[in-house]
Design a protein around this ligand. Structure first.
Ligand SMILES: [Mn+2]
Length: 412
């Protein structure tokens, strides 16, 4: 039994206004070729399939085209995908009846039965091997929003609610499986101890309350395919508990990651190997680190010139950081002029100013709005208005309101 584990595709993402569709198309072509080459039994996509709850049509076409192509090419492949915190759970599930015909299972929500028990049945997916025999069970844990795991008979403790879902599902899976069948979990969550990227993983809840303890997955679970963190990594050094990471860098802070999918092998109920398959980078992200304007202009002049025969879609995305003593109204113009005829695509200019408020304040920098998370902005506004730090409870309430706003577009 062999599976591929991937996550955080963020189809439809744009980088400061620039579409990533070409990069996603290159990744999906590569993935199809890997499926053909290695012929795994299962493909797991651990959430954040789309970048937003209302993804552009082109992004939806990418996903469904891929599923159909994968099925036509590898007719015995089972595909399981779950919603992440960027996805709409109901949107992911919407075409489920069609997708089942393509051996594809899409889980976006957890449901509770009338007696208050978790509806575990719909979250347990049999994974057949090449001969069609159930070789393993997949436990699907879509990203759980507070409203799904709290309430009347569940109580209002988010972490406890999450714990109940895990316990209920693992118990149901253990009751169901036969000897020799592996348990494989797929989950979109922030596990405690994971390392986070600078600015692209939208906070799940807030502070440390959002990080889940690894012990939620007891040893009966042979492998945990995780999504949410964009850097590929093991959780607490455990071989069986992994983030595959995103297939493309979703922000300039992710340039250094070795983007990959994981090729995971089982013998009976035992995990026997995990091998990364490195994804070729179709478009580079390039960042010029903060320097005075004169140095930056010189560095820009040294960039390679456009090759008229080369594919413009493969030109690197460029972020330029400039250190300034005072505002420079024609900054963008100077940079754009320096970039004329250069084989890069400018996506962002970040200006940093040396602080002017006294000698001790030389490190104070002006921060741009898009460098702040909504929580940070709220905290700063609170401090400025009331003169004291915002308290935990208010921050939590703010996080709940924020989630409501972020989902406001979502269809019921
Ligand atoms: Mn993500």
């Amino acid at each position: 039994m062999r599976l591929f584990h991937t996550s955080d595709w963020h189809l439809g993402q744009n980088l400061h206004g620039q579409e990533r569709d070409f990069e996603h198309a290159c990744f999906l072509d590569w993935l199809l070729a890997q499926l053909k080459l290695h012929g795994p039994d299962v493909l797991l996509i651990a959430g954040d399939i789309f970048d937003t709850v209302n993804p552009p049509l082109k992004a939806q076409e990418r996903l469904y085209d891929f599923i159909i192509s994968a099925h036509e090419q590898n007719p015995k492949l089972t595909l399981v995908m779950i919603a992440g915190n960027h996805d709409s759970g109901s949107r992911i599930e919407l075409p489920a009846p069609l997708m089942r015909r393509l051996r594809t299972h899409a889980l976006g929500r957890v449901l509770w039965l009338d007696d208050g028990q978790l509806d575990a049945e719909r979250l347990l997916i049999p994974l057949p091997d090449a001969k069609g025999k159930t070789a393993a069970w997949c436990l699907a844990l879509p990203f759980l929003r507070p409203a799904e795991v709290t309430g009347a008979h569940l109580g209002d403790d988010y972490l406890r609610g999450i714990g109940q879902v895990h316990e209920g599902l693992i118990a149901a899976a253990n009751a169901k499986r036969k000897k020799g069948q592996a348990l494989i979990a797929i989950s979109h969550a922030h596990m405690a101890g994971g390392s986070v990227s600078e600015d692209s993983e939208r906070s799940l809840i807030i502070g440390n309350a959002e990080a889940l303890p690894a012990k939620l997955f007891d040893k009966s679970v042979a492998y945990v395919a995780l999504g949410h963190l964009h850097k590929p990594q093991k959780v607490n050094g455990e071989e069986r508990m992994r983030y595959s990471g995103s297939p493309i860098p979703l922000s300039f802070s992710e340039i250094g990651y070795k983007h990959q999918i994981l090729d995971v092998t089982f013998q009976g109920e035992r995990l026997v190997g995990v091998e990364p398959l490195l994804i070729p980078r179709s478009v580079n992200l390039q960042r010029l680190e903060a320097a005075p304007l004169a140095d930056i202009l010189k560095a820009l002049a040294d960039l390679p010139d456009i090759d008229l025969l080369a594919d413009t879609q493969r030109q690197p995305w460029l972020e330029v950081r400039v250190r300034l003593d005072e505002p420079q109204p024609d900054l963008r113009q100077q940079i754009e002029t320096a970039l004329q005829g250069k084989a890069v695509r400018l996506v962002r200019i970040a200006a940093e100013y040396a602080g002017k408020r006294g000698e001790d304040n030389n490190d104070e920098r002006l921060i741009e709005l898009d460098q702040l998370t909504p929580q940070e902005l709220f905290s700063r506004a609170w401090l400025e208005s009331y003169g004291n730090e915002v308290d935990e409870q208010t921050l939590k309430d703010f996080a709940v309101l924020l989630q409501e706003v972020q989902q406001a577009d979502e269809q019921p």
